[in-house]
Design a protein around this ligand. Structure first.
Ligand code: COA
Length: 152
């Protein structure tokens, strides 16, 4: 397994993986009758931004992208000087439980320390056991803040 910086040319593959993962989530919502918003796909302009900030990475097995982590540095959030906001980490199902998600998180953690970020920050769905366990194992503390949103 190899981890490298995200490239513009990864767009289609990342979209395919994202669509797969979102579909898994839609099926989960159907099965459990829970209600939640399913985010829409990554816009090309946002993807370009992730590529430009150089803090997003792809995981490759046998030369194929099988997972990714999208992140962006943000200033002045919650009184912190500079944080690295983690937008999404995903690994194709057949490649899970091999340490790929953990390696992607380690990669962004290294990037953050090298670029003066004093915190990694992310949101998570409380019902998503894999992501909760993964984040816990990587040393994240889950702070149960509620989210208030106003759609404009
Ligand atoms: C969350 C996700 C990225 C984890 O990727 P992964 O490559 O399987 O993660 P790892 O192999 O590094 O797992 C590290 C540890 O996390 C925990 N973990 C991972 N998947 C788990 C699961 N299904 N159930 C319980 N614990 C789990 C385990 O402790 C695991 O270590 P172990 O395999 O030695 O027991 C992957 O399940 C995924 O893509 N899920 C769908 C997308 C998603 O929910 N993303 C997170 C929201 S931002």
């Amino acid at each position: 397994m190899k981890i490298r910086r995200l490239r513009s040319s990864d767009y289609m593959t990342v979209m395919r993986i994202e669509e797969f993962v979102l579909d898994e989530y839609r099926q989960y919502l159907k099965r459990t009758r829970e209600r939640d918003e399913v985010p829409s796909g990554i816009q090309p302009a946002y993807f370009d931004y992730y590529v430009r900030t150089k803090s997003s990475f792809a995981a490759l097995v046998d030369g194929e992208v099988v997972g990714y982590i999208l992140s962006q540095p943000v200033s002045f959030t919650d009184g912190e000087k500079k944080i690295l906001w983690l937008d999404y980490v995903a690994v194709l199902p057949e490649f899970r439980r091999r340490g790929i998600g953990s390696s992607l998180l380690s990669k962004v953690e290294n990037w953050a320390t090298q670029h003066g970020c004093n915190m990694l920050y992310t949101g998570l769905n409380p019902n998503n056991t894999p992501s909760q366990v993964l984040l816990g194992r990587k040393g994240f503390a889950v702070r149960n803040w509620m989210k208030a949103v106003k759609e404009l």
